[in-house]
Design a protein around this ligand. Sequence first.
Ligand SMILES: Cc1cc2nc3c(=O)[nH]c(=O)nc-3n(C[C@H](O)[C@H](O)[C@H](O)COP(=O)(O)OP(=O)(O)OC[C@H]3O[C@@H](n4cnc5c(N)ncnc54)[C@H](O)[C@@H]3O)c2cc1C
Ligand code: FES
Length: 287
Amino acid sequence: MQTNPPVAERLAPAADPMLPVPYRVEGVRSETYDTATLEMRPLASPPLVFQPGQFNMLYLFGSGEVPISISGDPARPTSLVHTLRAVGTVTRGLCALRTGATVGIRGPFGTAWPMAEARGRDVVLVAGGIGLAPLRPAIYHLLANRAQYGRITILYGARSTQDMLFKKELERWRSRLDIEVQVTLDRASTDWQGQVGVVTQLVRRAGFYPPDTIAMTCGPEIMIRFAVRELLGRGVPDEQVFVSLERNMKCAVGFCGHCQFGSDFVCKDGPVFAYPRVETLFGLWEV
Ligand SMILES: Cc1cc2nc3c(=O)[nH]c(=O)nc-3n(C[C@H](O)[C@H](O)[C@H](O)COP(=O)(O)OP(=O)(O)OC[C@H]3O[C@@H](n4cnc5c(N)ncnc54)[C@H](O)[C@@H]3O)c2cc1C
Ligand code: FES
């Protein structure tokens, strides 16, 4: 009698970008009350090599598939790291997984932060909320190759101390003398002695040379819009400002048209775009 092979074998690594590859959850770290970081390893495939800014499709068996940026270190591809906020059925299910669970992974997909273009220049990262996760691989890369870049500025805004991601890492980065890290919270509270206000205000005071700066920004779209305005106001040329966009996705390979805007597909021409290319897409969720 013929029996079905186990899930791991049926989903063995394939060149087909539509076929999820099985990964085992090695650890789940709670970042905040609604956000968790999953660390995973492939069951049978080689490590997933990726560039900062790229994303994967995470398939929670029996529930659905969602696009999630990779938040781990690109120099350590053996461990696949994603940070997710539980907002709906699939992300809630993924955040609730335990060590040993199996997740289907397709990817990596999409464009990357312009790490090569930024070489030799000042770099400003502006992140809001969960937007720090897709920028974290870029931060790892910048720190690992510190000498190749000019001034590095990380500006991060969260709603409250309870919403802050990667608290210990932020502390470590803040203690370094070779980068500038500023954190601000939307709401003042007794457990916070730092700055209060929106992250976009920090752009005005940050130390970088605008004409020779590459800016990367990720977070809620309204935040991105104001961050871009501040960056342009400081004199950063618009083609040197990069944004990461989120749109509804299904295939992630430019086939289904879910994320299509005119001639651009957010899944394959993005999610990281130079600002002038997507200026008109802000506020437009689907066409
Ligand atoms: C390229 C890309 C990278 C992403 N990276 C990350 C990441 O690193 N971490 C992370 O937590 N999320 C990320 N997201 C968003 C994530 O894909 C969605 O939160 C997820 O698809 C929601 O699926 P769900 O089934 O859990 O919720 P659903 O049931 O689909 O939605 C629940 C609620 O959340 C809202 N929602 C759905 N998608 C989004 C969204 N993209 N932005 C805001 N609200 C939304 C819906 O309108 C609804 O109100 C990314 C999205 C894209 C396109
Ligand atoms: S998600 Fe299908 S075309 Fe982009």
